[in-house]
Design a protein around this ligand. Structure first.
Ligand code: AMP
Length: 209
């Protein structure tokens, strides 16, 4: 099954995708993770996108679409996949239609106040990608990863100015995808304000329906 997770930044798409991947046994493809991996490894792509990502803007469509086209051509996607963070623009959604058929789009619904709270409190372990929240999911020792003992970091794009920009970009470029996929009869809205396990249960129910 080919699934798209849609929704504003901070709605928990990445967390739920990791749980969903275990349930369905299909790859979780996060364009944000692929870009971050490229930045970490100092690749040409990483150098190109670093500044854009830090400011909370969008990487150009051509670059993102080609990267996803390449990723979806890999053998591990034969039984399906979970796309997280792609598409983010109408141009990307139109390109995706030419690459593959999507079976279901899950729209994570969460109000802006809660989004800002979640993003500004998010911390992560750079080497493992493990995610914490200073209030709702704190590490055992403040600022330190529970398993590796490494200091936790805040993503540049989780800082206040970048959060504001990401929300503007979401409203302008990504929210129109709700209409795009509603017209195609593919979308299911999910309340993303509850725990990841409860969101997962709603997503699984939507996929069965
Ligand atoms: P995410 O981890 O999904 O919040 O993505 C982090 C950042 O990566 C975004 O703010 C963008 O700068 C970039 N990015 C991720 N996915 C896309 C996409 N589909 N199109 C353009 N830029 C993207």
């Amino acid at each position: 099954m080919n699934i798209v997770l849609l929704g504003p930044p901070g709605a928990g798409k990445g967390t739920v995708a990791a749980l969903l991947k275990k349930e369905l046994g299909v790859p979780h493809i996060s364009t944000g993770d692929i870009f971050r991996e490229n930045i970490k490894n100092g690749t040409e792509l990483g150098k190109k996108v670093q500044g854009i990502m830090a400011s909370g803007g969008l990487v150009p469509d051509e670059v993102t679409i080609e990267m996803v086209r390449d990723r979806l051509s890999k053998d591990d996607t034969a039984q399906g996949y979970i796309l997280d963070g792609f598409p983010r623009t109408i141009a990307q959604a139109e390109a995706l239609c030419t690459i593959d058929d999507i079976d279901r789009v899950i729209n994570f619904v969460l109000d802006e106040e809660e989004i800002v709270k979640r993003l500004s409190g998010r911390r992560l372990c750079k080497s493992t990608g493990r995610i914490y929240h200073i209030v709702s999911n704190p590490p055992k020792k403040e600022g330190i990863d529970d398993e590796t003992g490494e200091p936790l970091i805040q993503r540049d794009d989780d800082k206040p100015e970048a959060i504001r920009h990401r929300l503007e970009v979401y409203r302008k470029d990504t929210a129109p995808l709700i209409g795009f996929y509603t017209e195609k009869g593919l979308i299911t809205d999910i309340d993303a304000s509850v725990s990841p396990e409860e969101v997962l249960a709603s997503v699984l129910a939507a996929l069965k329906a």
